[in-house]
Design a protein around this ligand. Structure first.
Ligand code: ASP
Ligand code: MG
Length: 471
């Protein structure tokens, strides 16, 4: 028996049509003899709207907050009504949706009176998104003859009490998954639970942080030693570059965990690196699949990357960066100087992406943010400081950069017409990155793509997509 955790993101449950497609995909897996455990996000944009309602209520805008909640109530009621038609089931589901929104409204009214939004209350408010979506999806499955069982994710995913970014307690999750999920799977039922939401040991609602549903899927997969984890989203998988920038971009059929994590860190929107760790630890393959194009085989993320005749797997871009140049002709190599510089970044809680040093200067790259003037003011106590925004980091990822000589020369030849500001190599053996002006980023990606993906390895990349369509 093959156990597969299937996670459906916000766009895969955004409306009745999307939930219908999701049900068909799950039914397909059941028909193949697989045993799915389903994890769903809130319907698309719902988490953002719940946060907006919370923010409004906390500033005393009770009417505004309740108006948002009332729009959400209609959207969920309409979705439920479109999916579940058997009269008794439809009535029960409407009732359930109404009950949830009644409690949400009560919390929002309370918040509008107290005027203080704590992380704990914020988690409670956003939890409604997944609590309700998972109920609707489970009911829609039942109506489509999928033997589904709704599970409250908060009974399974146990975390510490760092609200808004709680850390999972692996041993407890494993125990709870065996208590709450295993029996259903064994009986041939499909458990359906919300992603993202969890609770601490005292049962108080927490969340795993924004985008946390993938993390839930990996945690459940790890706890149950699943055979695979499927992340259903609205793209065909990991691509060699952003297809909006580079129409030639190809789907990457198979990639290593390490490469995928590196790409995620550098802004590829498909997966968050930490989310797949529980799967990496247990060697469970993760598949990224498209619920709007279920026939596409997606991207398979595995612990070991197969050999690839192309040096790179993908080009990622991180925009909205700034470079800070600190120039001190006399002081640079004096003892403690670097430490002083980093102490200032630390004081402003500003993480540094990339560092390069020369005889007299240190250049650092950071996410552009409103603390930069204050940071620059502090740094200017030490040396001359200049900072410049609108920079982009181009990151080329691939296992086969290792041990291939002349790779840097090829990369910089491909972008010889573009001014390169900072270069980093070696920090990670599987990525080569450099900083350029944001305005040059798209052109750089296209040039690099043309240079490195001309003869893509067909075992790794979906080259079929590039063949001209038959007439
Ligand atoms: N609904 C949550 C969010 O929007 C979690 C998720 O979608 O993964 O952040
Ligand atoms: Mg999401």
């Amino acid at each position: 028996m093959s156990l597969v955790v299937m996670k459906f993101g916000g766009t895969s449950v955004e409306d009745p049509a999307a939930i219908g497609r999701t049900a068909a995909i799950v039914a397909g897996r059941v028909a193949e003899g697989k045993r799915p455990v389903v994890v769903v996000s809130a319907m698309a944009k719902v988490t953002d709207q719940l946060l907006r309602a919370a923010a409004a209520a906390s500033t005393g805008d009770r009417t505004g907050a309740l108006a948002i909640s009332s729009r959400l109530r209609s959207r969920h009621r309409d979705t439920a009504a479109a999916l579940v038609k058997v009269p008794a089931d439809a009535a029960a589901l409407q009732n359930l949706v109404d009950q949830k929104f009644d409690s949400l409204d009560e919390i929002l009214r309370g918040l509008a009176a107290i005027l203080e939004l704590t992380p704990r209350i914020s988690d409670l408010i956003v939890s409604f998104g997944e609590r309700i979506s998972s109920r609707i999806v489970a009911a829609a499955f039942l109506e489509r003859a999928i033997d589904a069982a709704h599970i409250d994710a908060r009974d399974v995913i146990v975390t510490d009490s760092q609200f808004q970014k709680a850390a999972p307690q692996d041993a407890l999750i494993e125990k709870r998954a065996h208590e709450h999920l295993r029996p259903h799977v064994a009986a041939g039922r499909v458990p359906v639970m919300g992603g993202f939401i969890a609770s601490n040991e005292a049962g108080i609602t927490t969340t795993l942080g924004r985008g946390g549903s993938d993390f839930t899927a990996a945690l459940v997969g790890g706890a149950l030693s699943a055979d695979a984890i499927e992340i259903w989203t609205d793209v065909d998988g990991i691509m060699t570059a952003d297809p909006r920038v580079c129409p030639d971009a190809l789907r990457v059929k198979i990639i290593s965990f390490e490469e995928a994590a590196e790409l995620a860190y550098f802004g590829a929107k498909v997966l968050h690196p930490a989310t797949i760790l529980p799967a990496v630890k247990k060697n469970i393959p993760v598949l990224v699949l498209n619920s709007r194009n279920a026939a596409c085989e997606g991207t398979r993320i595995t612990s070991l990357a197969p050999h690839c005749s192309s040096p790179f797997k993908s080009i990622a871009v991180k925009k909205k960066l700034s470079i800070i140049d600190v120039v001190a002709s006399r002081m640079l190599m004096t003892h403690g100087y670097m430490k002083d510089i980093f102490t200032i970044f630390d004081k402003h809680q500003c993480p540094v992406d990339m560092v390069s040093t020369s005889e007299v200067s240190v250049s650092l790259s950071v996410d552009s943010n409103d603390k930069l003037p204050a940071i620059a003011a502090d740094l200017s106590q030490l040396a001359d400081v200049k900072y410049e925004g609108r920079k982009a980091l181009i990151c080329m990822v691939g296992e086969d950069i290792r041990g291939q000589s002349g790779m840097a020369a090829q990369v910089f030849t491909a972008v010889r017409h573009i001014n390169v500001r900072m270069i980093s190599q070696g920090a990670s053996e599987i990525n080569m990155s450099f900083m350029i002006d944001e305005d040059d980023a798209d052109e750089a990606v296209r040039s690099l793509h043309a240079a490195f993906f001309q003869n893509p390895d067909p075992t790794i990349f979906d080259v079929e997509a590039r063949k001209p369509a038959e007439v």
